[in-house]
Design a protein around this ligand. Structure first.
Ligand code: DGY
Length: 322
């Protein structure tokens, strides 16, 4: 009998693919920079039993209806908004993500981005590299305090909980908003549930960690930015589409908010000419929330294990659509 076919949409180290090669024919997209074109992915999916995808691969109904052998899609991310879950479920295809293993690392990045934005770290570093440091002066590159300020977390899932733990160490006052109250978080962390309006109106830092869904799409719009303090900083480590980017630019230009730290954008990748990347009050990062060697390795291992489990007739360990 022919071996099952697995298609991996990014170049990942061969040592992690080896266990799959024992039981399957494995093909990997070899370019580091160029994502696999959608028509190529659709072609590969037609014969694939498993796909290992990344968050920029669109796995839509059109692709899935041709993927008649497909049993499992292992997405290398905790988010899965790039996959049509309903269409996959209808066809009894398991969709798996990589939760937990990236929570600490992504919360670290959220805190880093918040601090970089608040303390003008990029400008301060450029100040030296561009030979601008001529003297000490009282307000030279003065940022804003983080300690004892109010942090508003929108989306209190696992990453939100770890971020709250970090923020508690900075003596921050922590509010959160979520679809529903997270009583487990409240029992172990100094966090207070608040309405979305309260989070927007009272926070010095609003950090968005919510998944992208129909309900959260464009939730940070003109109205939301108007409710925020003029001194507030907006940090987004979730998905670009939760933000109306035109409204964010307007809020920054009209000084409705003070600054933004963005790891995610509506159309990724962006380049240096993107108005948000060019904006002096924006710290822009290229979607590196979970990007450490340790965490990306754990994510790859988990995704591979999930495919192996399905090929062996077992449940994968992190299924979204069981
Ligand atoms: C995820 O896993 O969804 C993150 O956005 C990756 O950095």
């Amino acid at each position: 009998m022919d071996k099952p076919f697995i298609f991996i949409t990014r170049n990942i180290p061969e040592k992690f693919v080896e266990p799959l090669r024992v039981v399957a024919e494995v093909e990997m997209w070899h370019s580091e920079e160029d994502p696999v074109p959608h028509d190529v992915l659709t072609e590969k999916a037609k014969k694939a039993h498993g796909l290992l995808t990344v968050l920029s691969d669109r796995v839509d109904e059109e692709l899935l209806k041709e993927a008649t052998n497909l049993k499992v899609i292992a997405n290398l991310a905790v988010g899965f908004d790039n996959i049509d879950i309903q269409a996959a479920t209808k066809r009894q295809i398991y969709v798996c993500n990589t939760p937990d293993v990236l929570s600490d690392t992504t919360a670290d990045l959220a805190m880093t981005l918040l601090m970089t934005t608040a303390r003008n770290i990029l400008e301060a570093s450029a100040h030296i590299k561009e030979n601008k440091w001529t003297s000490w002066s009282p307000y030279l590159l003065a940022g804003r305090d983080i300690h004892h300020k109010t942090l508003g977390i929108v989306g209190m899932g696992k990453i939100g909980e770890v971020l709250a733990k970090r923020a508690a160490g900075f003596d921050m006052n922590i509010l959160y908003h979520n679809r529903s109250r997270n009583e487990q978080a409240e029992s172990k962390l100094p966090v207070t549930y608040a309405s979305m309006d309260d989070v927007l109106e009272k926070s010095d830092f609003v950090v968005c960690l919510t998944p992208l869904t129909k309900q959260t799409e464009n939730m940070f719009n003109e109205e939301a930015f108007k409710k925020m303090k003029k001194s507030a900083m907006f940090i987004n480590v979730s998905r670009g589409d939760v933000v109306d980017e035109a409204a964010l630019l307007k809020a920054l230009n009209e000084e409705e908010i003070a600054a933004a730290g963005l790891d995610v954008f509506v159309n990724e990748p962006i380049d240096g000419s993107h108005p948000l990347a060019m904006h002096p009050k924006v710290v822009a990062l290229p979607h590196i929330g979970s990007a450490t060697v340790e965490t990306r390795t754990s994510m790859i291992k988990l995704a591979v294990q999930n495919i192996e489990a399905v090929l062996a007739g077992h449940f994968p360990s992190t299924i979204i659509n069981r």
